[in-house]
Design a protein around this ligand. Structure first.
Ligand code: NAD
Length: 310
């Protein structure tokens, strides 16, 4: 009997076809929103492939007695109970590095337009108010300091791209060994508060964990330089959204780009609604046409390797 793979969220079609050539595949990008159908599909599944919306925990996997692998079309594993999977010998396979380039372009591109200040000028220009005087003193990124909180595969890629346009890179990652070659491209910061004080752009690249919840709170936002901006593509819950809204409304922070939220989808009427100089995206920093192909091909290959008979 051929082995079975259940895919609960969107995946590149070419990668799905590769899997279909060898395995029985249930592919329904909306299966995540149909819990009863998902539980039924998992009863005889050997592998499960998800993005970040499917909550992979004991209650989902109890009936999936044959499951040996969970592929994650992305890198954050906060939606997967890794301890439970380990207790069942279920391999958890993230697409490490495959969407880093997409996040890097998002961060550097947004840092440029936030410092320049003209990201939010379209409505005024179209309305004929011509805000040229206000926007004539935007800043360049070259020579500015980018502070990376978390210097793993995404943080390092962001740093590389930023250096290419003349940005000075500071990074805080006490877990990354001092001998790691990536430190040749960034100045190591030993205290996260020092990074918040020094950076013109702070960008977050740590995973979500109990330790990292609320890492960017009112006090740390208060350490940032006048005119500095914040980019969060890491995870919601790492930044205190209400404190961020206050810092932007008061002008203490010049701008922010936020791709990830404590509750996704971001509920209407949240603290972030109507806040000035704030650019919001729906958790797509790492999702592009190209990264979807790379992430999907990598996960298809890794899951196939696990399921193929030895
Ligand atoms: N928005 C998106 O589309 C998107 C895309 C890719 C990744 N992400 C998020 O970015 C995170 C990072 O991805 P990655 O591939 O670089 O992971 P990674 O594991 O390669 O790197 C994370 C780094 O953070 C460091 N770290 C952990 N806690 C820290 C702390 N408190 N202070 C400083 N450093 C700390 C770790 O030592 C590690 O080096 C993911 O966990 C995910 O949540 C989001």
């Amino acid at each position: 009997m051929s082995r079975r793979i259940v895919i609960t969220e969107f995946m590149d079609e070419a990668a799905v076809q590769t899997l279909r050539a060898e395995f029985a595949v249930v592919y329904a990008p909306d299966l995540v929103d149909r819990p009863a159908d998902l539980a039924e599909a998992l009863r005889d599944a050997d592998a499960l492939i998800v993005r970040n919306r499917t909550q992979v925990n004991e209650s989902l996997l109890t009936g999936a007695s044959r499951l040996v692998a969970v592929g994650r079309l992305g890198v954050g594993l906060d939606n997967i109970d890794q301890a439970y999977c380990a207790s069942r010998n279920i391999a958890v396979v993230p697409a490490i590095g495959a969407n880093a380039a997409a996040v890097a372009e998002y961060v550097v591109g947004l840092a440029m337009v936030l410092l320049r200040g003209f990201l939010f000028s379209s409505a005024e220009v179209a309305a004929g108010t011509w805000p040229r005087a206000r926007l004539a003193s935007g800043r360049e990124v070259a020579g500015k300091v980018l502070g990376l909180v978390g210097y793993g595969s995404v943080g390092q890629r962001v740093g590389q791209l930023a250096r290419a346009v003349g940005v000075r890179v500071l990074a805080y990652d006490p877990m990354l060994p001092t001998a790691h070659p990536a430190w040749r491209d960034a100045t190591r910061c030993d205290e996260v508060d020092d990074l918040f004080r020094a950076a013109d752009v702070v960008s977050l690249h740590v995973p979500y964990s109990a330790q990292n919840a609320g890492l960017v709170d009112e006090r740390r936002l208060g350490l940032m330089k006048p005119g500095a901006v914040l980019v969060n593509t890491a995870r919601g819950g790492i930044v205190d959204e209400a404190a961020l809204a206050r810092a932007l409304r008061s002008g203490a922070l010049a701008g922010a780009a936020v791709d990830v939220f404590a509750h996704e989808p971001l509920p209407a009427g949240s603290a972030l609604a109507g806040v000035p100089n704030l650019f919001l995206t729906p958790h797509v920093a790492g999702v592009t046409y190209e990264s979807n192909e790379r992430v999907s091909a990598l996960i298809a290959q890794r899951i196939a390797e696990i399921l193929r008979p030895a």
